[in-house]
Design a protein around this ligand. Structure first.
Ligand code: PMV
Length: 346
């Protein structure tokens, strides 16, 4: 008998960054992210009981991708206590991303979130438990996704999520993310994220290596405590309308700190490109000149996420076309926005 599940899961962009981990992918500091809408992974998973020849096969955009299999096998080993049937099964994964491959956008958050949702649904089918898709079920999905990729734990929830213990919420946990959409003022529930593709190349340093380098950094503890403070301040700002400039200040400080940490270790590395810096300067002067609260954030890469309230979309997009497209690789950018979370596909 073959069990099937199919889910669409979005990517997310961290406002307060997770950078540094311990144990089984547990975060050194809490993080907060917007769930995205246009950048997502669609995945189908088929599980067949095959005790003699168990294994994993991966199709990505219709093509076999054996290079993805070791990471997935490692993930399956880490969650085999939770899903004992994995050891005796052939698991076939078929996935595609909406964001162009090689756009330099990390796909591990959306892919690992989609995989966790598919596995949990199939586990319900195998065990005969009902898949209720309720709060407990989503929390379990977030915990499993976390083991695949820390940031994936946050993609389970619509609008925004917090992962990691923080005094900002009694329910927060290092083990899973919690939804943070309902707490937000309306303006943040519809924020825009225009992603400027500065470079489409693969990252030169993986985030796994980056997290590990934090262990050797003398500033690490100060960074973790500052991230904790930033998260509390940002939660307060985002509960109310009207302080989008305060939002911009913290979000940009987080992005710059992330990259400063990369440049500060015993094996420093730089993921920003000259165009990244040029765009940052443009953002600062545009914000000063117009009063429009557009700000930037960066992932572990050179691409720039422009975050702004949707009421400013026409003005910001006109400015992007006039002044920023020239910095993008082949003029590429993605118009994304805060999104409604994962979706079960038929
Ligand atoms: O989930 P990982 O291990 O790929 O780490 C993600 C790290 C950042 O994207 C830089 C920050 C974050 O919180 O998403």
């Amino acid at each position: 008998m073959i069990h099937n599940a199919s889910w669409r899961a979005p990517s997310n962009i961290a406002l307060v960054k997770y950078w540094g981990k311990y144990g089984l992918q547990l975060p050194r500091n809490p993080s907060l992210s917007f769930t995205l809408s246009a950048c997502y992974t669609d995945m189908q998973v088929a599980v067949e009981h095959m005790p003699v020849t168990p294994g994993v096969s991966v199709l990505y955009e219709g093509q076999p991708r054996p290079s993805f299999e070791p990471k997935i096998r490692l993930f399956f080993n880490l969650i085999s206590d939770r899903f004992p049937w994995l050891k005796d099964s052939m698991v076939s994964i078929n996935s595609r991303n909406t964001f162009p491959h090689g756009a330099g956008i990390a796909s591990s958050a959306s892919a690992m979130c989609a995989l966790a949702l598919c596995l949990l649904e199939i586990d319900g089918q195998i065990s005969g438990h009902k898949n209720l898709l309720d709060d407990d079920w989503l929390r379990a999905a977030s915990e499993i996704a976390r083991i695949g990729s820390g940031s994936a734990s946050r993609s389970v929830f619509p609008i925004a999520a917090i992962w990691g213990e923080t005094v900002a919420s009694d329910n927060s946990s290092d083990a899973y993310a919690i939804p943070w959409g309902p707490q937000l003022a309306e303006v943040y529930k519809d924020y825009r994220d225009t992603i400027l593709i500065v470079s489409a190349s693969e990252k030169s340093v993986s985030s796994t290596a980056g997290h590990q380098l934090m262990e050797q950094l003398p500033y690490a503890d100060i960074r973790y405590s500052q991230a904790r403070d930033h998260l509390i301040q940002l939660c307060r700002i985002m509960e109310k309308e009207g302080d989008e400039m305060g939002f911009a200040a913290i979000v940009e400080a987080e992005a710059l700190q992330l990259h400063a940490l990369m440049m500060s270790g015993p094996q420093p590395f730089i993921l920003m490109e000259p165009a990244t810096l040029a765009i940052i300067r443009k953002v600062w002067s545009y914000r000063r000149d117009t009063g429009i609260p557009v700000c930037f954030t960066l992932d572990a890469g050179p691409n720039v996420h422009l975050l702004y309230p949707s009421r400013h979309q026409p003005a910001v997009m006109a400015w992007v076309q006039d002044e920023l497209v020239g910095y993008c690789s082949e003029g590429r950018f993605i118009e994304d926005r805060v999104g409604s979370g994962p979706e079960k596909l038929a």
